[in-house]
Design a binder for this molecule. Structure first.
Ligand SMILES: [Zn+2]
Length: 468
C-alpha cells in the first residue's frame, strides 16, 4: 500500500498499472491480470486509466472525500438541462475503471456498448441488444492469448442479483447527508466481485416530468448514478411500477442517464421492440441474454407501444415467451427479471408460479423476481431456478421487519445454463444494506428454506434442489 502510494508520486502511469493489478488481485481475478498483461500495450493501459485516477476499494468504503467528489463529478453532467455528449463522457468514463478485475473489462465494454446504444436509440430500437465486449471482446481487440490463459473457473459466469433499489425519497435524503456512495459501503465486495451485478431499479432518474397521480411517486437525481455504477452495478431492469412516476419525459431521461452512466437496462424502451428485446452480454465466453418484464403496471399508458415509449409488460404471456425463445436461440444463458406479486407477502401468487414455469419452459435459465418488498422463496424447476422476490436492497424504511431482510443472490452459471446459487443474508435499513452476523444470517437462511419450493438453503448460503 505505502509502496504503491510512493509509486504514485513518482510516476502516475506506472502507479495506475500497479493499482489496477492490486484491485484485480483483491478480487481474485488472476486470469484478468494475465489478460491485461497479455493485451499489454496501450489498449489495456488505456482501459484502466481512461477515467483518470482509479479509486481503491478501501477508499470507496471509508473516505468521505471520495463521497464528496461524486456529486461534483456528476453535476458537471447534470448542469446543462440535456447533458451534452462531452459531459456524458466525463460522467461515464471514470466508471469504466473502478470496477473489480473481471468486471472492469466488462464495465469498459458495457460503457462502450451503451455509448453506441445512446446514439442508436435516437432513431431505432437497435440499442436494445448490446453485445458487450467482456473478457472475450477485449481479447479480440488485443490478442487471443488472454483467453487461452483463462483458468478453469472462467468457464462460468458469476452473476449477482439484488432486489429493489430506490435511490429517491428518504434514501436520497440520507445520501445527500452522507454521500451518494453511502448505501454501498458495507457491501462493496458482494457487488464488485461478480462478473455482473444486477438490480431492479425502482424509480425514474430525471429532473423533469410531472408526478403521476398515484400513491407513491419517486424521482432519483442523476447524481446518484455514477456512484451506483462505481459500486458495481452493471445492469438494471426498468420494468416496474415506478419507472414512469414522472411520465414519459422521466422515462426518456432515465434511459439516457443510464446509458450515459454505462449501466445497461432492460424492460423499458423507446418503443415495444426495444422494451421487450434482450440485452445480450458476452462474459467469459458465455453469452447471457437479460430480459425484463412487469406484471405490475399502474396504467395501460405505461406499456410500450409500437411507436411509444414504455414498459415491457407480462400480463399477456405471448410476447414475453416469444422473446425468451428468441433470446435462447441467440444466447447460452437467459435471465428473466420480472416484477410481480403482492407487496409484503412472502408467498408467491399462483400466477407467479405459472408464469415462472412458463418462462423456464420457453428457455429461461434464471427467473429473478421483485416487487413484494420482502423475500419470497426460491424454486428449483426442471433444473433451473426461480427466485420469486429478493426483497428490498435499498429502499425507504418502514416498521415491517421482513422488509428489512434481504439477500444478495449469486448465480455461478455454465455455458450450458446450469447455475449454482448462493445467498448472502443482508439486513437493510435507512439506505444501508449490511451483511448479517452469523446468528441472524442462519435464522434468515432457515426462514428462506421454509418459504422455498423443492429446494433447501444450506447454512453456508448455497441453495440445493430438493427431491420432489
Ligand atoms: Zn414495485
Amino acid at each position: 500500500m505505502v509502496e504503491t502510494r510512493l509509486e504514485k508520486e513518482r510516476q502516475k502511469r506506472q502507479q495506475q498499472q500497479v493499482q489496477s493489478m492490486k484491485a484485480m488481485k483483491r478480487v481474485g481475478g488472476v486470469a484478468l491480470i494475465v489478460l491485461v498483461l497479455g493485451v499489454g500495450g496501450w489498449l489495456g493501459w488505456w482501459m484502466w486509466t481512461a477515467g483518470g485516477s482509479v479509486p481503491e476499494r478501501a477508499d470507496l468504503a471509508s473516505e468521505e472525500d471520495g463521497a464528496a467528489a461524486h456529486p461534483g463529478d456528476s453535476s458537471n453532467a447534470l448542469s446543462p438541462p440535456v447533458p451534452s455528449g462531452d459531459s456524458a463522457a466525463t460522467a461515464s468514463s471514470p466508471k469504466a475503471a473502478p470496477r473489480g478485475a473481471s468486471a472492469t473489462a466488462g464495465s469498459g465494454g458495457a460503457a462502450a456498448g451503451v455509448t453506441g446504444a445512446a446514439s442508436g436509440t435516437a432513431g431505432s430500437s437497435a440499442s436494445a441488444v448490446v453485445v458487450s465486449p467482456g473478457a472475450t471482446g477485449t481479447a479480440t481487440t488485443g490478442a487471443s492469448a488472454p483467453q487461452a490463459a483463462s483458468p478453469a473457473n472462467e468457464s462460468k459466469v458469476r452473476l449477482s442479483f439484488v432486489g429493489d433499489v430506490l435511490l429517491a425519497s428518504t434514501v436520497e435524503t440520507v445520501m445527500k447527508r452522507n454521500g451518494f456512495d453511502y448505501p454501498y459501503r458495507e457491501v462493496l465486495p458482494l457487488l464488485q466481485q461478480p462478473d455482473m451485478t444486477i438490480a431492479n431499479f425502482e424509480s425514474p432518474v430525471t429532473t423533469r416530468g410531472t408526478p403521476q397521480q398515484k400513491d407513491y411517486v419517486y424521482r432519483t437525481s442523476p447524481n446518484a448514478l455514477p456512484p451506483f455504477k462505481e459500486a458495481g452495478f452493471d445492469l438494471v431492469t426498468l420494468a416496474n411500477n415506478h419507472t414512469l412516476d414522472y411520465g414519459e419525459p422521466g422515462l426518456l431521461d432515465t434511459m439516457s442517464n443510464l446509458d450515459k452512466a454505462g449501466i445497461l437496462r432492460v424492460g423499458a424502451g423507446h418503443n415495444a421492440d426495444e422494451a421487450f428485446k434482450p440485452v445480450i452480454v458476452n462474459k467469459n465466453g458465455i453469452k447471457i441474454a437479460f430480459l425484463g418484464f412487469s406484471r405490475v403496471v399502474p396504467d395501460n399508458s405505461w406499456k410500450a407501444g409500437s411507436k411509444t415509449p414504455g414498459l415491457a409488460d407480462t400480463y399477456a404471456e405471448k410476447r414475453p415467451l416469444d422473446e425468451i425463445r428468441k433470446a435462447k436461440a441467440q444466447a447460452d444463458l437467459v435471465v428473466v427479471m420480472v416484477h410481480w406479486g403482492i407487496e409484503r407477502n412472502d408467498k408467491p401468487e399462483a400466477y407467479q408460479t405459472t408464469l415462472g414455469h412458463h418462462y423456464i419452459d420457453a428457455g429461461a435459465d434464471l427467473v429473478i423476481g421483485s416487487h413484494p418488498h420482502v423475500l419470497q422463496g426460491l424454486e428449483s424447476y426442471k433444473g433451473k431456478w426461480i427466485a420469486y422476490s429478493l426483497g428490498n436492497f435499498i429502499f425507504t424504511t418502514n416498521n415491517v421487519s421482513q422488509t428489512l431482510e434481504t439477500v444478495v443472490l449469486d448465480a455461478a452459471c455454465s455455458k450450458q445454463g446450469q447455475c449454482d446459487l448462493r445467498v448472502h443474508p443482508i439486513f437493510t435499513e435507512y439506505a444501508k444494506p449490511i451483511p448479517m452476523d452469523e446468528e441472524k444470517g442462519k435464522k434468515l437462511l432457515e426462514r428462506l428454506t421454509s418459504i422455498s419450493f423443492h429446494s433447501t438453503v444450506q447454512m453456508d448460503g448455497s441453495v440445493k434442489p430438493a427431491n420432489r
